[in-house]
Design a protein around this ligand. Structure first.
Ligand code: ZN
Length: 255
């Protein structure tokens, strides 16, 4: 079987799940180590990632989960018992509310894979402690509390998690009644977006035009806040219908 990993930049590989075009990202440290970010999703897809690392001749040295949602905290035994980092808030939420947060996995995963999902450690500083290129963490609460992005500043690479997608509309945290926190999160990401030439979203396609993604989200939200109809093409996707309605209601509360 061929490797599912596709190189999108030097030392940056991705594979895309059959479910919601969910992106798993592999970052190489240049010394034979690999950092695996948000591996997803079905058992065969999870198993294919360590197999692909073996083909590349690299060993998984750690993992990163961008946020607490069940499709971003998965793992596979063959990736090894290595540290899997995330924010303190994500660790706290998964500790306090594990059963509810991970309940949807029963539909997709075997019990052994559910057992190792969400076993995460808090990052101590503002960067990933690995030997690869400096990987700065940017945190915000736009899509989920304690959501992180990974910014490889020297490489111009931004791993955005569930932000800045070409297929998913801006999705505020479920209990967010306005768009304020979301807009704050986009502003937190703005400098890293401007400094990047490659953006990898948690769902959808990597792009060489990170600024275009940010501008599209800002335009969509500004249309809603101004009461204008938005011509954002993502609105036409039935998967986004409920989300778009919820965003219209959030915007309405802000006027
Ligand atoms: Zn999410």
């Amino acid at each position: 079987m061929g490797s599912p990993l596709v190189a999108v930049a030097e030392g940056v590989w991705v594979t895309t799940s059959r479910r919601y075009a969910t992106t798993s990202t592999v970052l190489l440290d240049g010394q034979g180590g690999a950092l695996v970010v948000d591996p997803a999703w079905d058992p065969d897809e999870l198993a294919a990632i360590p197999a692909a690392l073996a083909q590349l001749g690299v060993t998984c040295i750690g993992g990163v989960a961008t946020h607490e949602h069940y499709d971003h905290v998965l793992w596979h035994p063959d990736l090894g018992e290595v540290p899997r980092w995330t924010t303190q808030r994500t660790v706290d939420d998964l500790t306090g509310d594990r059963a509810r947060l991970l309940a949807p996995l029963a539909e997709f995963l075997t019990p052994d894979l559910i057992e190792i999902a969400g076993r995460l450690s808090p990052l101590a500083g503002g960067a990933i402690p690995w030997s690869g290129p400096a990987a700065r963490i940017i945190t915000h609460d736009a899509h989920a509390p304690g959501h992180l992005a990974v910014h490889l500043e020297s490489e111009g690479v931004l791993l955005a998690g569930d932000m800045l997608s070409d297929i998913e509309l801006p999705m505020p945290a479920a209990d967010d009644l306005t768009l304020d926190t979301y807009l704050t999160g986009l502003e937190r990401l703005r400098p890293a977006v401007a400094a990047s030439s490659l953006l990898v979203p948690g769902h959808g396609s990597p792009t060489r035009d990170p600024q275009g993604r940010l501008d599209a989200d800002l335009r969509y939200l500004d249309d809603l806040l101004s009461g204008r109809p938005s011509d954002d093409p993502r609105i036409g996707d039935p998967e986004n219908a409920d989300l778009h309605r919820a965003n219209l209601a959030r915007a309405e509360r802000m006027r």
